[in-house]
Write a protein that binds this ligand. Structure first.
Ligand code: NAP
Length: 287
């Protein structure tokens, strides 16, 4: 079977065009362009690169970004004070705290101090609860990007068996919740899962969110499965052995050019929504 590519780059460009046009229109009506605040604690080079990419992406759609860089030894209280300041600043529509924070920072407290109406990265417990209840919210950007990609290509999720490998709070767990809300039957796997290969072999939709290069083997992929690889590891490889998996899958996300560009597009989209005074719409199970 020839596997079709789920082109995240092209789909992200479509979303960005919509965002750019929406901003242009409202700015012509007299509104100030939306602003995303990005907070980077410390100087991890990969995190710096991600924040740079997000700031540039804002510019590319006519959004402003305010870049806040805090020193490596920032305390939780100092970070909470900064977030509070941004919460109260009416010129800021979205707040992104780049993960991971240095170890002395209580990152969960920091995430949860972001005002839910500015949580455009979908990291607060509030938004997670809303997602779990299948209500409107800001959703974590990487999994929601994968859902929008499935939607773009008209891939039916309802009734499918989905296997998500990885259960982090920003990726695997919310992805399992979203697929459940779209009426898939979901198995969520992690480091204690036994017989992972046998479980993956049953999946109509496979999501790799492990953080280990080509950990999910191509031989585990069922004929015709849809393969979504969120992984991004050294050497431009994902968490799934795509060279083999794509021989059997019906659709797959390439690495790079699959899930990565969608993550940034969703961040911008949810910042637009915040500016427009709304959340991302619930996925709606059973509809
Ligand atoms: P993470 O927080 O390190 O979580 C990794 C998950 O994988 C954990 O739930 C862990 O299980 C599970 N795991 C580890 N070893 C396993 C094994 N042997 N068998 C089954 N599961 C195993 O990682 P993350 O932040 O979710 O990121 C995952 C991947 O996505 C990484 O490659 C990262 O670079 C990529 N990512 C990409 C984007 C993007 O924009 N494209 C954004 C975020 C992340 P336990 O819970 O049991 O420890």
């Amino acid at each position: 079977m020839k596997s079709s590519i789920l082109d995240g780059k092209a789909t992200a460009e479509k979303i960005k065009t919509h965002i750019r046009e929406s901003i242009e229109k409202r700015v012509q009506d007299g509104y100030l362009a939306p602003t995303l605040a990005t907070i980077l604690v410390g100087s991890d080079p990969a995190s710096q690169t991600y924040v740079n990419m997000k700031n540039k992406a804002c510019e590319s759609v006519g959004m402003k970004s305010r870049r806040i860089e805090l020193p490596e030894n920032t305390t939780t209280d100092q970070l909470l004070d900064k977030i509070q300041e941004l919460n109260e600043d009416n010129s800021i529509q979205g707040i992104l705290l780049q993960h991971p924070s240095p170890p002395q920072v209580d990152e969960r407290s920091a995430f949860d101090s972001i005002l839910p109406t500015k949580d455009v990265d979908g990291v607060t417990t509030f938004c997670y609860g809303k997602l779990a209840m299948d209500q409107d919210a800001y959703f974590p950007c990487t999994p929601y990007g994968m859902i929008l990609l499935l939607r773009e290509y008209g891939i039916e999720v309802s009734g499918k068996k989905a296997v998500v490998v990885g259960r982090s709070p920003i990726l695997g767990k919310p992805m399992a919740a979203m697929l459940t809300n779209l009426d898939a039957t979901v198995t969520l796997c992690h480091s204690k899962t036994k017989n992972l290969d046998e479980i993956v072999k049953t999946a109509d939709i496979v999501v790799g969110a492990v953080g280990r290069a080509e950990f999910i083997k191509g031989s585990w992929i069922k004929e015709g499965a849809v393969v979504l690889d969120a992984g991004y590891n050294a050497g431009n490889v994902g968490d799934i052995e795509l060279s083999v998996a794509s021989e059997k899958s019906s659709y797959h996300t390439p690495v790079p050019g699959g899930v990565g560009p969608m993550t940034i597009a969703v961040l911008l989209l949810q910042t637009l929504y915040s500016w427009e005074g709304k959340f991302s719409p619930a996925l709606k199970s059973g509809k």
